[in-house]
Design a protein around this ligand. Structure first.
Ligand code: NDP
Length: 328
């Protein structure tokens, strides 16, 4: 039986990955910055809170990382922890860089120090690419990040590539495009849209304020994306993979789809707020997941309209509707 350590298990991807690995028979340990204080609401929502072991770990503190790795003795580490909001990274640039870049480096150094065959998954991001200029990005596309978050993720990506080449560590980066689910917090725009539309459908008179709705993104379904993470660590050789649906939609299309699924006309409820624009924004972001299909046998089954449908169904279920939608 293998042991997996999921750093950032309280987050969206951490919870779905924990569910997947438990189904595969793994012993699953997870870390949070403060395991005594975190509510682990996503693990509870998936009904797996009592099936995982939880540890406190500060990724930016090498001693803390080394202590947890020594105690847990994992076969595989999935690093999903760190400041993950692009918007917030403009307000917290140092925290973002340290939690992602120093955090990844500490994990790599700890693996190197322990000299054990521990495999590492690094949560890379499509934000490394910046604008893909209407073309789907693949593993050969150069990085031109446009946010402190993207810069931090690009740094971590090259740390992983360097340690793989220099020390033969089995470390892989998944360059994941946006993926959503009912476990997304409301500070992310997709969940903000769904939750506001549902309150309006229930009678609220509020207005949904959004920034630039012309931006285009490649949105996928989070439970599928964690399968790609697992598959990357089961390959004979470590490598990097773009994980995406291959389809881009405007944010306005996402909004229209969400409101229409609740029988609402979005134009009556949405205003564009210039103060919500980012200092630098990515206009078009789209991935080419051909390598993942070829080498991992992974392909997204759901694109943006399905993602909206699933998120709305989950919200209706939370509100007491008798929808039989399951989270995976
Ligand atoms: P979440 O924000 O849901 O989870 C990240 C976890 O990291 C949190 O639960 C939190 O755990 C921990 N964390 C948050 N801030 C910090 C910080 N400043 N320092 C250290 N730890 C922190 O992210 P997702 O599950 O959505 O994403 C998982 C990973 O994948 C992240 O690295 C993200 O950047 C990356 N990614 C996500 C994409 C997406 O569309 N979801 C796309 C591409 C990449 P705790 O509070 O318990 O310590």
């Amino acid at each position: 039986m293998k042991t997996a350590l999921i750093c950032g298990i309280s987050g969206q991807d951490g919870a779905y990955l924990a569910q997947l690995l438990l189904e595969k028979g793994y012993t699953v340990c997870g870390t949070s910055r403060d395991a005594q204080m975190s509510s682990f609401s996503s693990l509870k929502r998936l009904g797996i809170y009592n099936q995982v072991k939880l540890e406190s770990m500060a990724l930016t503190d090498f001693r803390s990382v080394l202590q947890v790795l020594t105690k847990v003795d994992p076969d595989e580490i999935y690093n999903l922890a760190g400041q993950s909001s692009v918007g917030l990274s403009f307000e917290l640039p140092v925290e973002t860089l340290e939690s992602i870049a120093t955090g990844t480096l500490n994990l790599l150094e700890a693996i190197r120090f322990l000299a054990k065959p521990i495999k590492l998954y690094n949560a890379g991001s499509s934000e490394c690419f910046g604008n893909t200029n209407g073309e789907p990005a693949d593993e050969q596309t150069p990085f031109r990040p446009r946010s402190p978050y993207g810069v931090a993720k690009a740094t971590a990506f090259w740390e992983v590539a360097n340690y793989r080449e220099a020390y033969g560590i089995f470390a892989a980066s998944g360059i994941l495009f946006n993926h959503e689910s009912p476990l997304r917090p409301q500070r992310f725009v997709t969940q903000k849209i769904i939750a506001t539309a549902q309150r309006i459908a229930a009678g609220s008179r509020e207005i949904l304020r959004l920034g630039n709705t012309a931006i285009q993104r490649d949105w996928g379904w989070a439970p599928e994306y964690v399968e790609a993470m697992y598959l990357m660590l089961q390959q004979p050789q470590p490598d990097d993979y773009v994980i995406a649906t291959g389809q881009a939609f405007a944010l306005q299309d996402f909004v229209a789809q969400a409101f229409a699924s609740l029988d609402l006309d979005w134009q009556a409820h949405v205003v564009i707020d210039q103060s919500l624009y980012r200092p630098t924004e990515i206009a078009h972001s789209q991935g080419n997941p051909a390598k993942a299909k070829r080498q991992l046998g992974w392909k997204a089954q759901f694109a943006m309209p399905d993602v909206v449908r699933h998120m709305v169904a989950a919200g209706n279920k939370d509100a007491g509707a008798t929808d039989s939608f399951k989270f995976s």
